[in-house]
Each structure stands twice: as structure tokens, then as C-alpha cells.
Design a protein around this ligand. Sequence first.
Ligand code: PMP
Length: 440
Amino acid sequence: SLVQRDESADEQTRREQIFASAQERYYASPMQIERGWRHHLVDTTGRAYVDMVNNVTGLGHGHPGVADAVNRQIRILNTNSRFLYRELAEYSERLLALLPEGSDLDTVLLVNSGSEAVDLALRLAQAATGRKTVVALREAYHGWTMASDAVTTSAYDNPYALENRPDWIHVADVPNRFRGTYRGEAGDTSVGARYAADLGGDLDALAASGRHIAGFICESVLGNAGGVLLPDGYLAEVYDRVRVAGGLCIADEVQVGFGRMGSSFWGFEQSGVAPDLITIAKPMGNGFPIGGVITSKRIADALTTQGQFFSSAGGNPLSCRVGLAVLDAMRSEGLQQNAHFVGRRLADGFRALAEQHDIIGPVHGEGLYLGVELVRDRETMEPATEEAAAICERLRELGVIVLTTSERSNVLKVKPPLCLTEESADFVVAQLDRVLSTGW
Ligand code: PMP
């Protein structure tokens, strides 16, 4: 038979024996995934799903250009001792060329993951300023290493740190205009100004108590909160205030950068700001582990005060070749443009569903980073958390992989490979309509 035996029960038992319980998995009883192709995943029974959660495989699964690059380069050279490698310079130059015109960032440090990138950016900010304190926003996820976890402020992802956060971190209010301290419409600049003024108050209080800041870190679009766009004017004013206070501005673009926004390559361009440090990872390698920090030479050179910087695999010729293949494919396949057009169609589809289904609250995001917030009441914004989980389970039965995010786990996070087609976008909207119309 072409349909294989369902091995997922065996695999789950195996996993439970070997893995730590903190190593979470999706779904009550997950399927065993065996293959991926473009924006589809296939399980061991031969069932195919539209993959709406894989923002790591930005190009899509099984990309032949990446496969060929790995194959070719690993046969030629893959070592990362301290010699010169053409691939490293070529890839770093290509990354810098992606920055908006007029950017003065000119230096790239390559590592292997987003957590490492955030860790390094924090260290760079501290080294360059000679200060320690970092300001992070509530409800953020920035990684699992000691430092990136310390600035991970989401109660869902890091409950431990609510009570035990290291004292070099200050947590500022999250500027969520839909359900936060201040609420308002998209164009209402007073909302962003009020959040920014509060953050300015925090900076003054920190300075008054002798805690001078090294930097400020946030996602340029609040990915972990569900793709919530920052209020108009917020980031520009916050960056100004941080700089006046002597700190550096770090944009965590691990999730929202790299073409996913569609209308801009970087998330920070949505706010018209210029960060001092940018962290990148996930889609850089389309699943191959690559991460990096883009900054200025002045900041990067401050690392010498701490000795050498070296990562055994970070920036090796193989990962650079993969990174180049990803950038080539993004360009030749027009993936940022596709994110723009298909993302808009998807968002329009979700917004149209909201007219028929009261459980849909705001639809967040831009391009192919969207969040469909499910609420029991649009006024109180009471989160429909249990409903969201049940809807995801039902969508899975209908062939759509979509999962929840935010601290309240009530936002359907929509961040598929950037090659998502209009046809599949329509299919996803139709399946959500079906679930909401027929029950879950
Ligand atoms: N920053 C952000 C915004 C992220 O979403 C993540 C991962 N979800 C990270 C950093 C950490 O990246 P990694 O898992 O590659 O270590």
C-alpha cells in the first residue's frame, strides 16, 4: 500500500522516554512528519498539510537550491579555523546590502541561532557602552540562552523569570494598542506617544537610581504577542529616548525580518527607524542553523575589551553558501513580493470572516506574519484560549497546521513559508470558516 503505517504512537513513546518534559511539542497527539515540500508537510500516513507555522523555512521545504548549495560546498570545504574564506566576506556583504539606503551599519558577526544572536547583541551593547542595564518589553520571546532568556519576558515562555529576573534587566510595558494599558485606532499617534512617554519615565527612574542603560531590545513587530504592529510613532520616539539616555537600540528581527513583512524587508522599516544592532536567524538558512548580528564597526570593535570572539561553526563556508543560496532564491522567486500580495489576500480573508464570526477579534500583522486574535468578547477582549486550542486541533484534521501564540495562547499565528500560494491561502481561510461555522 502507498499509505504507510502510522508510526506516530511509537515515536511519541520513544520521545517521552528520552526527552525532557520542558521540550514541548505541538498538539495533544502530534503527527509524525516525514517530508516537506514548499508550504506543505506530509506525515507518515501520507497525509499532507498546509504548513502555516514554519517561518524558519522561509523559501519553503525541500528547496533544491539550498540542497544543491549544501551538497556542493560540503564536498569542497567546511571548516572554520581562523583563515580567510571568500564565502564569509561575500555573504556578509550581501547581508549588508539588504539594509535600507543610508544605513551606517557595516559589520556582520555570524553565529548559529537566534538565541546566540540576541546573546551577542546584548553583550555588544554592554561592551560598547560600558554599562549593564538592558530594557526589554513585556510579553517578548528572545531565546533560551542565559542572557536571551533573561530578556524573554513572556509569562508563558518564561514564568520563572517573573520573580527571578536578573537585576540588569528592566521590563517596560508592552505597547499593545488592542489590549494594553493604552488603546486606540491605527493612525492615533497619541497611543504610541503615551507608551513612549511611560518608557521615558522608566529611563529617568533608572538613571536616578544609578542604573544607566546599555540598550533597549524589542521585536520590531511584536511577534510573540501575535504579530502586533507597534503603535504609530512609538519606536521612533523610544529609540530617541534610549539614545538620549546613552543606550543602544537592538532590533530583534529573528522572526519578523527577512522579507516576511512583504511591504518591507525588515520589521524596523515599518517604523522608519535605524537600529544600532540587528539580530537575525531563522530564515537565513531555511532550516540550516545560521544566526547573526549586524551592527557598526565601532560597536563591534568594543568586543576586544572582552578578548577574542570566535564561534566554531558560526560563519563557516557551508553556512555562508546556504545563506547565499537563500538570498538568491528569495530574489529570483520574488518571495518578499509574494509575502506582500498573498499576505494581503490572507488578511482580507480573515477580516471578512470576522464579519460573520464574533470570536474573531483583531487581525494583526503584515505580509506573511499575521495573527488572528480569538476573543469571547470584542469589548473586554476576554481571550478565547480553550477555543483557540480546539480550533487548531480541528484545523489539523482539515489539513491545516496552525498554532497559537501570545501569553494568553489565543492568537492563531500565521507565518507560513513565503512561497504560500493564493490557492492555499484561500483554502486556509475556507477551512477556518468551516470550523467556525460548524463548531469545533
Ligand atoms: N528572537 C526571537 C524574536 C525569536 O522568535 C526566537 C525564536 N523563536 C529567538 C530570538 C531565538 O532563536 P533560536 O530559536 O534560533 O535560538
